[in-house]
Write a protein that binds this ligand. Sequence first.
Ligand code: ZN
Length: 169
Amino acid sequence: MKIGKNKVVTMTYTLRLHDERGEVVQKVDEKRPFVQLFGAGTLLPTFEENLDGLEKGDTFGFQLMAEQAYGNPSDEAIIELEKSIFEIDGQIDTDMVAEGKMVTMQDQHGNPIDGKVIAIKEDSVIMDFNHPLAGEDLYFSGSILDVREASTEEVSHGHIHGPEGHHHH
Ligand code: ZN
């Protein structure tokens, strides 16, 4: 079975910066492989395109330039927020909210979004919501361990179920 829309793909991969000799950012091995529904809009479209048509046992290695991956950092993603947003009982948890720390917040749709604390001011906190890999060329390599058809329920939910997936019902 070939990788394509509405296929559940199990794979290993190594993500490096820039090219095949770059610094390793993330490594996913056979013990805890990456299992994902393709065509659900959760993966980088260019990532899916590069794996399209591959089958169990195939290996891959491809580069995505920054523009094809997480884009370039933008000033618009750097936002000054009122300090009160971060306060619990009038206090900021300085272990959680400190310069350089990543903080998970919610976007306007209630989806989690990670931001990095750039600076803490008198009444505000400056956050950088650029993707941590924005501006980076990426190199992915790995192998396809399995490809299966997604169930109708998985397709309608946009994520996988079953032993490799989560159970939230
Ligand atoms: Zn579900």
